[in-house]
Design a protein around this ligand. Structure first.
Ligand SMILES: [Zn+2]
Length: 248
């Protein structure tokens, strides 16, 4: 039972590629600067917009407070775009939580990848794996763009069958189009039960959420499928009204 769950293949490949590039001194001429707990390594010739570093250092600090963890030092490699990364065999929107290393690109939201690192302080990635419902939900919700996740989720006009896909099937590996939905689930849970309950849930969940049904009952007071129904009702209730109100 001590076996570490395998990382997705693309993640392993990216890690291997980064290690190889490091040996070739690929990153040696990237400029380095420190803002708060983040050490940025900047792709040569990349022009970073004003405030870009500061915004990330800020959101990292704020989100650490929100999650109730001490923000660890993190290394952040900044690429000009996804495409530039792909040319060298890297998809630069990846966080190695245990190593506290991010390879990100300039146009990403300020908080998403950094929040993955913070979540790692709250609970192990074995319990909150990347691509899972709760880890991505939190990272989307706290990405620093202040997007209303409910409105965003509704704007996608996803089919009912997609919304009704049992959460148990999302928990380990979630398609990218479900990320905004996961964000709206976190938004719903905060509004309905309060942020402390959400934190408690994140702390307690084990084995990629294998016990999330039990915890749903204990912490939120509803069976997991019931929670999904309630979220769906909340999502649909105010659809089109354009106004988000806390659920009563
Ligand atoms: Zn993510």
């Amino acid at each position: 039972m001590n076996k570490t769950p395998q990382k997705p293949k693309w993640m392993e490949e990216t890690k291997g590629r980064i290690d190889a590039l490091q040996k070739e001194h690929f990153f040696d001429n990237w400029s380095k600067q420190k803002h708060g707990k983040i050490t940025f390594y900047v792709y040569p010739t990349l022009n970073v917009p004003g405030g870009w570093f500061e915004q990330r250092a800020y959101i990292y600090r704020i989100n650490a407070e929100k999650l109730g963890v001490k923000a660890p030092e993190v290394a952040f490699f900044a690429y000009p775009s996804i495409e530039v990364g792909r040319e060298i065999g890297i998809t630069p929107s990846i966080t190695f939580v245990k190593e506290r290393v991010i390879h990100g690109h300039i146009k990403q939201s300020p908080g998403h990848e950094l929040t993955h690192v913070l979540l790692g302080e709250l609970n192990s990635t074995d319990n909150l794996p990347a691509n899972g419902l709760w880890s991505e939900g939190i990272c989307v919700y706290l990405d620093g763009t202040e997007t209303d996740r409910k409105k965003h989720a509704l704007s996608l006009n996803l089919k009912k069958e997609v919304l009704r896909t049992p959460w148990l099937e999302w928990r380990k590996n979630m398609p990218a189009n479900l990320y905004p939905l996961a964000g709206s689930i976190v938004q719903y849970c905060e509004q309905q039960f309060g942020w402390n309950k959400v934190i408690e849930y994140l702390r307690e969940v084990r084995k990629s959420g294998a016990n999330d049904a039990e915890f749903s009952m204990r912490i939120f007071g509803f069976p997991y499928f019931e929670l999904q129904k309630k979220w769906l009702g909340w999502l649909e209730k105010e659809a089109g009204s354009g106004i988000t109100q806390p659920a009563s």
